[in-house]
Design a protein around this ligand. Structure first.
Ligand code: SIN
Length: 351
């Protein structure tokens, strides 16, 4: 009896004392590369514009940052090799399906390398259709990989560290550049050329990357990822939704051209609180009567487009505080589920 006791005590001691020395398995992070400036190459280190985006392979991006192997077991795939101004909804659907497949398996987190021009749109789309609470992080760079003080390598390292961290779970899709963590819904590119380009307008960052760990100060309030009602698993296309821009004394040519293309929806980038040039209002009201879903958003970039009886009566629905390009994404996904305007209004209040 005493012997058995002794044996158990020895085994327990050995387990406790050897535990800290045992290697902790690093998280598995998959990098999906799409191109962009982070994979861009110029003729010289001093060339910061006019370079070719999306040249480097994911293997080359990874080889440039040996410290990645201290933070994660990395796998990599090339989803596209484009400058993100050429991103398409077809690539979005392919990417979202692949992310859902990887996250249903043993991958702990995803990093998407992406051009910064449309990164906020891809982030919001994925925020609405990824079906996992595991971290998904978009990352890019404002200077090509060949530049003096290229920002891509450190951004990539921070993104991988965050994608592999348990703290980043359940926060929705994140966008990280410059050590700043933005939520997919609120973030926007705000500078054409500066590295601190991504801002979440009035609402602010979710947090920072500090010593390769995310530190969060606030959480996304709107539903995302596993909480959404959108299912893209069987979709091969998204409904056609176009954006029309409002300004002083516009002709009706662009708007009429859009309507002639028979979209399922139109988002108006209105002035002020989503207001419309009167002739636009008439054409859009007519479009709404003919079954085209119309959302009024604003070109202002701050605060909310509110209900407005004169527009509500014509079924020109307010787009909350979403930018026109993000309102378009939500309307495309809403139209995969319903054409009912009350339902579409509910969806805009939910996401
Ligand atoms: C792009 O969006 O692909 C080019 C610009 C950038 O990545 O910063």
């Amino acid at each position: 009896m005493r012997k058995t006791f002794l044996r158990i005590a020895v085994v327990l001691c050995l387990t406790v004392f050897t535990m800290p020395a045992m290697a902790v398995a690093l998280p598995k992070v998959a990098i999906l590369a799409t191109g962009g400036t982070i994979a861009g190459q110029a003729a010289s280190g001093t060339q910061l514009t006019g370079y070719k985006a999306g040249v480097l392979t994911p293997e080359q991006l990874i080889a440039a940052v040996p410290a990645l192997s201290e933070h994660a077991q990395i796998s990599a795939e090339q989803v596209a090799s484009i400058s993100s101004n050429n991103m398409t909804t077809e690539i979005w659907l392919k990417m979202a399906k692949r992310i859902n497949e990887l996250l249903a398996g043993d991958i702990d987190g995803i990093v998407i390398t992406h051009g910064t021009d449309t990164m906020e749109e891809t982030a919001y789309f994925l925020n609405l259709v990824v079906k996992s609470d595991k971290p998904v992080v978009l990352v890019g760079a404002m200077r090509p990989a060949s530049a003096l003080s290229a920002d891509g390598p450190l951004n990539l390292l921070q993104a991988v560290a965050v994608a592999g961290s348990p703290e980043a779970k359940g926060k929705g899709v994140l966008l990280i550049l410059n050590g700043e963590i933005n939520g997919a819904r609120d973030v926007a590119k705000t500078s054409t050329t500066q590295v601190e380009t991504f801002r979440s307008h009035d609402l602010g960052f979710l947090g920072y990357v500090v010593n390769y760990k995310p530190v969060f100060y606030r959480l996304p309030a709107r539903k995302h990822t596993v909480e959404t009602e959108f299912d893209i698993s069987k979709l091969t296309t998204l409904p056609k939704v176009e954006i029309v821009y409002n300004y002083v004394d516009p002709s009706l040519d662009a708007l009429n051209g859009i309507i002639a293309g028979k979209p399922a929806g139109i988002v108006s980038a209105g002035t002020g609180n989503g207001s419309l040039f009167d002739p636009f209002e008439m054409v859009l009201a007519d479009a709404a009567k003919n079954g085209i879903a119309v959302i009024r958003s604003s070109r202002v970039g701050s605060a909310v487009v509110t209900d407005f009886p004169k527009y509500d009566d014509k079924n020109l629905l307010p787009g909350d505080n979403l930018s026109p390009q993000k309102a378009r994404i939500l309307l495309m996904l809403a139209l995969t589920k319903t054409k009912d305007l009350r339902e579409i209004a509910r969806i805009f209040q939910t996401y």
